[in-house]
Design a protein around this ligand. Sequence first.
Ligand SMILES: [Cu+2]
Length: 162
Amino acid sequence: MLNRTIKIVSILSFLVLNKQLLGKEQNKVVSKAGVTVSLSTKGNDIAFDQTSIQIPFAETITLTFANQALKGSEILHNVAILKPGSLDKFLNALQLSGYDLDKIKNDPSILIMTEALPPGASQSVEFHPGEPGFYPFVCVMAGHADMLGMKGILNITKPLKK
Ligand SMILES: [Cu+2]
């Protein structure tokens, strides 16, 4: 009888422990998922498919950018996400650099930037916005953002209160 009681207790404690582990694992998955954003181009237009994007704040945001220009068009695009309020300053610096990716890539206004992608290519990048706000995004290819308007705003909103 005593032996049986010990057995039942140990099974119960195993179940409780197991549930705790599962609970932790589930939390981990939720926080790891973060927020993802997809952005692309529209055919051979020098434009993003979206100019205004709203997402909830997360510590880590994953952006996937696809250059969907027609193959053979040789149109390169990229995307740089900028710190709030830095668009004009950045476009000035970009012009001064002669649209040189190597020179501009260390500009302090840039939070994250993809490579210059050929038609059909895509790239995912992760960044950490730090706080909610309006984050401009631009393509840094010559003339795309400043002359042809290939730019937009990523509105990272405060998380909803639970
Ligand atoms: Cu572009």
